[in-house]
Ligand binder design. Structure first.
Ligand code: NCD
Ligand code: ZN
Ligand code: ZN
Length: 387
C-alpha cells in the first residue's frame, strides 16, 4: 500500500498503551494537561498512563485522581495503568480489584521488571481473576546492572556498559511459560530484541495468551544513533541493531507484534544535557508517531492498514477499551493526517513540556492536522500552543 495523492487521510484516532505523563510528582517533566495536549497533537484519543509516578499509582485514590484530572481537562481520555506491586518494589501485590474498579485498564511495574518468578506467578493468577493484562518491562536486572546502552560493537567502542539482548529474552521466555501455566494475559512492553520476537512468535503459535507492543524508535533507530554519546538516544530497553529492527518490522507487519506504543518518556533538559552515564533514559513520542511511522509505510516495510490496526484496534483490545472506528453515527474519534506535509521538527512546536527526542531538527514527512476524541475536536494544527 502506498500513500498517494495530495489529499488528507482520514484515520480512526489512536490508542497509546504506554505513556509516562509524570503526574503526580514530576510535573516539571510533564503533567496530565501537557501530556494529553501532546497526545491530541499526535492523533490520539486514548492514552494509557504508566504508574511510575511519584507516588507510584498503586492505590485506588491515585487512579481516581488521575482520571478526574484528565476529565477536567477534556482532551483525549486517560486510562491509568496500576502498579503490579506496591511502590513497584517487586514484593507485595497491589489490590488489583480496587485498581480495576477505580478505572485502571491494566497493571505494570514499568521502569522496573518483576524479577521474582513467584511474585510474577501470583501476579498473573491474581490479575487473571480481574481480567487485567499484566504488562511487563522485561529486563533481568542481574544482567543490566550499570548498563548504558545495547551491548555490542558500539558499546565496546564507546566504552559504555552494555544491556545484552538476553536480559530481555530470559524474562520474556520465563513469563511466557508462567502465562501458559496460569492462563493469564501477559503483554510484553517495548519489545526490542530479535530473540524476544522469536519467543513471542512461538508462544503465539502454541496459543498462549501473550501480546506485545513495539515503539516507533525501536522500529527506526539502531545503537549507531548513540555514537557521539547522544543522550537523546539513551532509552530502556536500548536501541539495538539492524537485525533487531528488521525482526521487529517483520513481526509488526505479520501481526506477531500486536501494537505500536510510544513509551513517551519525558525528561527535562537538565536530565539529558549531561554525561551519558548520568542521563535519564527515555524519549518523547506522542507527537511523532505519524511522521516516523508513515516513513515505514512509504518504504514498503509496513502496510498502512496494519499500522492503523496496531495504533487502534490492537491496543484497545489489550486494554479492554472500545476501539475508535469510523462509522456512520459513531461518536467521532478520528484524526486527519496530511501524509505529504514535510517539515523540520522544531522544539517550539511540541506540546510536551519536554523536548527529549533524537528527531529534533530532522526533516519529517506526515503531520496530524486535526484530532477528535469522544466527539470533540481536541486538536487543530496551527491553533493553540506554539506553532
Ligand atoms: C521510562 C521512564 O522514563 O519512565 N524510561 C525509558 O527509558 N523507557 C521507563 C520505562 O519505560 O522503562
Ligand atoms: Zn519500560
Ligand atoms: Zn515506559
Amino acid at each position: 500500500e502506498i500513500i498517494q495523492g495530495d489529499g488528507l487521510l482520514l484515520l480512526p484516532a489512536f490508542v497509546d498503551l504506554h505513556a509516562h505523563l509524570r503526574e503526580p510528582g514530576q510535573e516539571y517533566k510533564e503533567d496530565i494537561a501537557s501530556g494529553l495536549a501532546a497526545a491530541a497533537a499526535g492523533g490520539f484519543a486514548h492514552v494509557c498512563a504508566m504508574p511510575n509516578t511519584r507516588p507510584v499509582n498503586d492505590t485506588r485514590s491515585i487512579t481516581e485522581a488521575m482520571i478526574a484530572r484528565a476529565r477536567a481537562i477534556g482532551g483525549p481520555a486517560l486510562h491509568p495503568i496500576g502498579a503490579i506491586t506496591m511502590g513497584q518494589k517487586g514484593a507485595e501485590l497491589t489490590e488489583m480489584a480496587d485498581l480495576k474498579d477505580a478505572g485502571a485498564v491494566a497493571v505494570s511495574d514499568d521502569g522496573r521488571c518483576v524479577t521474582s518468578s513467584s511474585v510474577m506467578r501470583r501476579a498473573l493468577e491474581y490479575a487473571k481473576t480481574f481480567d487485567l493484562t499484566i504488562i511487563q518491562h522485561a529486563e533481568d536486572h542481574a544482567l543490566t546492572d550499570g548498563a548504558q546502552m545495547h551491548e555490542g560493537a558500539i558499546s565496546t567502542r564507546l566504552g559504555l556498559r552494555g544491556w545484552p539482548r538476553v536480559a530481555e529474552d530470559i524474562i520474556v521466555a520465563r513469563d511466557v511459560l508462567l502465562a501458559e501455566a496460569t492462563g493469564a494475559r501477559y503483554h510484553v512492553a517495548h519489545i526490542s530484541s530479535l530473540g524476544a520476537v522469536r519467543i513471542l512468535r512461538e508462544a503465539k503459535a502454541r496459543g498462549i495468551a501473550v501480546t506485545a507492543e513495539v515503539t516507533p524508535h525501536h522500529l527506526t533507530l539502531t545503537d549507531a544513533a548513540v555514537l557521539g554519546y547522544d543522550t537523546a538516544c539513551k532509552v530502556n530497553p536500548p536501541l539495538r541493531e539492524q537485525a533487531d529492527v528488521d525482526a521487529l518490522r517483520e513481526a509488526l507487519a505479520d501481526g506477531t507484534i500486536d501494537a505500536v506504543a510510544t513509551d513517551h518518556a519525558p525528561h527535562s533538559t537538565l536530565e539529558k544535557d549531561c554525561e551519558f552515564a548520568e542521563a535519564s533514559p527515555g524519549l518523547i513520542g506522542l507527537e511523532l508517531v505519524v511522521p516516523v511511522l508513515l516513513d515505514l509505510v512509504r518504504q514498503g516495510a509496513l502496510p498502512l492498514g496494519r499500522l492503523v490496526d496496531a495504533l487502534t484496534r490492537a491496543p484497545a483490545r489489550i486494554a479492554r477499551l472500545e476501539a475508535p472506528t469510523i462509522k456512520a453515527g459513531a461518536r467521532a474519534e478520528l484524526c486527519l493526517v496530511d501524509p505529504n506535509l514535510s517539515f523540520v521538527l522544531d522544539p517550539a512546536r511540541l506540546r510536551s513540556k519536554s523536548k527529549n527526542t533524537p528527531f529534533l531538527g530532522r526533516q519529517l514527512t506526515g503531520r496530524v492536522k486535526m484530532t477528535l476524541a469522544s466527539g470533540r475536536v481536541v486538536f487543530v494544527d496551527g491553533e493553540g500552543a506554539a506553532t
